[in-house]
Design a protein around this ligand. Sequence first.
Ligand SMILES: C[S@@+](CC[C@H](N)C(=O)[O-])C[C@H]1O[C@@H](n2cnc3c(N)ncnc32)[C@H](O)[C@@H]1O
Length: 272
Amino acid sequence: MNRDKTSGSSAATYTMGYSEDFQKLLRRRNAETSATHLLPHLKPGMRVLDFGCGPGTISMGLAKAVEPGELHGIDMEESQIEIARGAASAGGHRNAAFQTADVTDLPFEDNSFDVAHCNALLMHVPDTKAVLAEVRRVLKPEGIVSSREMFVDSSFLEPELSGGWDTFSKLITANGGHPQIGKELKREFLEAGFSDISAGVSFEPFVTDEDIEFLHDFIIGWFFAPGTVEAATKYGFATEEQFNDWRALLDQWRETPGALAGFAWGEAIGRK
Ligand SMILES: C[S@@+](CC[C@H](N)C(=O)[O-])C[C@H]1O[C@@H](n2cnc3c(N)ncnc32)[C@H](O)[C@@H]1O
């Protein structure tokens, strides 16, 4: 729905798009905040794949953790790959390489990675089984698969914007995605043939005044963007009146002294 039609990728519609507002959200992430479950498993010399790496803000920490081993990032969107390459160059991560590719057709040899990780990727790709089969193909025997994905139905704003998260879920589902997959990772990994699964859940908190201000502006910039409103109203997921009500409630939320929010995430690790 927010897909940049000029990017040239043939992949399915990607709900979040590549607007500056969404990039600001991605720039808040790094390996320490978003791959806490994986970092203890990384050792110098490992070869790691970050599939659906986006602008590479998480990839940088993974690259640092495995130096002098290699970090390979792939994403279907060339503009994201260019940003990731720039970040690697600026950060001096000479062991990091990035290329455009689809996660269902990875440009790598069988049995060639020690670790394959993704963050907020499986929730957007229609065929989870095809992705995990492809990841399994490129992992070495005993190699580690790792993912961190949202489950939207436990994410919240306090005070609540009733129905807002449900509309977001429906938009992801309409694009073939999986808004609750964060709590389904353990099952998905088992069904894909991985073993030794460990799984957990966590919240990404928005608590400080700066966080509240950031999230308020992000929601206005992304959820209230004309493309999102048009898609949600076109598919009957929400009315324009609801969007108008949410817009007023969002401003009230920002001014509420006890305002906070949390994005719910599930993390899992398994072995080939
Ligand atoms: C929500 S962003 C997450 C980016 C990064 N992992 C992070 O958490 O900061 C999802 C990314 O997955 C990419 N993506 C979606 N479907 C893909 C596919 N089929 N193949 C490759 N990349 C894909 C999008 O282009 C986007 O950059």
